[in-house]
Ligand binder design. Sequence first.
Ligand SMILES: NC(=O)c1ccc[n+]([C@@H]2O[C@H](COP(=O)([O-])OP(=O)(O)OC[C@H]3O[C@@H](n4cnc5c(N)ncnc54)[C@H](OP(=O)(O)O)[C@@H]3O)[C@@H](O)[C@H]2O)c1
Length: 276
Amino acid sequence: MTAKHLTDTTTLNNGVKMPWFGLGVWQTKAGDEVENAVTYALNAGYRHIDTAAAYQNEEGVGNAVRKSGIPRNELFITTKLWNADQGYDTALRAFEASNKRLGLEYVDLYLIHWPVKGKYKDSWKALEKLYKDGVVRAIGVSNFHIHHLEDLLADAEIVPAVNQVECHPLLTQTELRTFCADHKIQFEAWSPLMQGHLDNEVLVNIAKKYNKTPAQVVLRWDLQHGIVTIPKSIRESRIIENAQVFDFELSTDDMHAIDALNENRRFGADPDNFNF
Ligand SMILES: NC(=O)c1ccc[n+]([C@@H]2O[C@H](COP(=O)([O-])OP(=O)(O)OC[C@H]3O[C@@H](n4cnc5c(N)ncnc54)[C@H](OP(=O)(O)O)[C@@H]3O)[C@@H](O)[C@H]2O)c1
């Protein structure tokens, strides 16, 4: 069940296949920086890129993908609806703008970026329309706690295919992962590498044992837990390093030791308390 290759996929609740492993491009600058990062990743065999309107680098993602010459149907591109654009009509317009900036015909996965109070249900109706119109292959949410999902599911026609949230060894999200699994919502981790805070003694020691890096250990832990993961780097060497996680297996004891690092610690905002 654990992914064996960089291109291995999970099957979403609508049958669409999504690679378990992708490149994140938050804080990757528009222009050369993002085009290079995406190119390094595609050359290394990645087929899944995670961007957002808010990252302001969708054009660069699209440019690099087109230049790669890789057939569109072998790629999986996620982008997200920004908070200021939430609402029904505004979401439809925002999608059109993102799709145009990407220039890749369609989007594989479109996510509501954050659960903006009083608006996310209207936004979801817009995403349902986009899905029915066939311009997105799957729709989902991001930064939804269990109570947000319960609220959305009470009215939704379509169950979100994915929930992308902050998750890593210091924030293991066990309850949310169980809820998502029970509702056939694929769980996806953002900031899987704790935004580079990898100097944890337990992780360093486990990494030594397998002759791997702490980053590789954390990404392998994601895969063995059935978590889609999207580490970010702008450096070719790290983009390659991060994907070398299909040639070893963490023991049950080591999985438990990493699980036990949980402190419910966030590097990003709490979805119950954000002001953007
Ligand atoms: N939905 C949301 O609200 C949301 C929020 C945050 C992030 N995301 C998505 O999740 C992706 C990943 O999260 P993230 O960008 O916050 O952080 P991350 O992937 O946890 O960590 C990225 C940081 O770690 C460094 N790094 C990468 N590989 C490394 C390695 N092998 N060894 C040591 N350091 C390494 C990177 O530096 P260099 O680049 O200098 O290598 C960067 O500073 C984002 O890019 C974005 O696509 C989504």
